[in-house]
Design a protein around this ligand. Structure first.
Ligand SMILES: Nc1ncnc2c1ncn2[C@@H]1O[C@H](COP(=O)(O)OP(=O)(O)OP(=O)(O)O)[C@@H](O)[C@H]1O
Ligand SMILES: [Mg+2]
Length: 337
């Protein structure tokens, strides 16, 4: 799909400048067969971009290779194949993932987890475009595009001796960094609608996202990035009652965050400058006294937290970042009911 207005190009949803820049880089990358390195936090869409680069100029197969799962003695054979009799159990010739990707794209996911002894073989594959199956003496030529991705900081990995500098240089020629979702929150509504319609195509009845939902999503930092947002929508799709959206269906991390927001809004509503606002005369401030004592400010904060959480002490304690017992003790100390 290539409808630039809808933000659907390459299956990469988003209307932020950051996504626009990524789309331009995908176009550039697809014009040649140089290795590409995709960096970015977990869940930012590295695999989506890898597939987009392949799909922009589709040749051969897209073969994902999970470097983290390549462990033990079979790893080399998984990657490069083996010949009959190479080791006990090698009863016939077997092709590896690299051969499968010949003519297409090999996607080395979590390249930072690739063991050092495999890194040297990957370097040879990139530089000489050849590999050798386990037990074979023959070097085989291949023509493939290599895309690698990692959420790790490869500079740190190099410094720690876990990643080869020469391989890093080779991969880093065309590096593309995926920004975290919290730096491009304008993309959230499009992504929400995208994931909602995904849910509908798999037979779920649609939910109506409302402003409260978008506000909550906008206030949250999404440490798990787009994947976390997708899971959240999947969960809402699965849990919603009668098509109506229940805030209680949100994952607890978001709900907790929302309580914090409620607190902030309350702070704003009660207003240190507007004593009449908020209908909570107990902690309306006199504008003439900009400084209040620490115990007094603590008393007010606790009262506000209790008001914001409708007296739910557990929630209030969490929002305040203190334990329940501490909250009770302080309530008693300040005579708060
Ligand atoms: N821009 C986007 N548009 C649509 N879907 C997206 C986008 N970015 C991410 N996704 C979706 O979010 C999920 C996570 O994306 P992906 O697997 O590409 O992330 P990743 O960077 O590879 O994460 P990890 O490092 O954890 O493997 C997938 O379901 C993917 O389809
Ligand atoms: Mg991934």
């Amino acid at each position: 799909m290539h409808q630039s207005t809808s933000g659907w190009d390459h299956g990469l949803v988003g209307q932020s400048q950051e996504i626009a820049a990524i789309r331009r880089l995908i176009e550039k990358a697809s014009a040649n067969r140089l290795p590409v390195l995709l960096l970015g936090e977990s869940g930012t869409g590295k695999e989506v971009v890898a597939r987009a680069i392949h799909d922009s100029n589709p040749r051969g197969q897209f073969v994902p290779i999970d470097c983290g799962s390549l462990v033990g003695t079979l790893m080399e054979s998984e990657l490069f194949g083996h010949v009959k009799g190479a080791f006990s159990g090698a009863v016939e010739n077997k092709r590896g993932l690299v051969e499968l990707a010949d003519g297409g794209t090999a996607f080395f996911d979590e390249i930072g987890d690739l063991p050092l002894e495999m890194q040297v073989k990957l370097l040879r594959l990139i530089q000489e475009r050849e590999f050798r199956a386990v037990g074979s003496l023959q070097w085989r030529k291949v023509d493939l595009r290599i895309i690698a991705a990692t959420h790790r900081n490869l500079n740190d990995e190099v410094a720690a001796g876990r990643f080869r500098l020469d391989l890093f240089y080779r991969l880093n020629v065309f590096a593309l960094r995926l920004p975290p979702l919290r730096h491009r929150k304008v993309d959230i509504p499009l992504l929400v609608n995208h994931f909602l319609s995904d849910g509908q195509t798999s037979g779920l009845r649609g939910i109506e996202p409302n402003q409260e939902l978008f506000d909550t999503f906008d206030a949250y930092d999404w440490p798990g990035n787009v994947r976390e947002l997708k899971h959240c929508i999947d969960r809402l799709n699965a849990l919603r009652s009668e098509g109506a959206l229940q805030m209680a269906d949100l994952p607890s991390a978001l709900r907790h965050h929302r309580d914090m927001r409620g607190l902030e809004q309350l702070y704003g509503a009660v207003g240190f400058s507007d004593p009449a606002a908020g209908g909570l005369p107990d902690f309306a401030m006199t504008p003439k006294s900009p400084v209040i004592s620490l115990p007094e400010s603590e008393r007010r904060t606790i009262s506000q937290a209790l008001a914001a959480t409708h007296g739910e002490r557990g929630k209030a304690a969490r929002a305040l970042g203190i334990g329940r017992t501490t909250l009770y003790r302080k309530m008693k100390q300040y005579g708060i009911e």
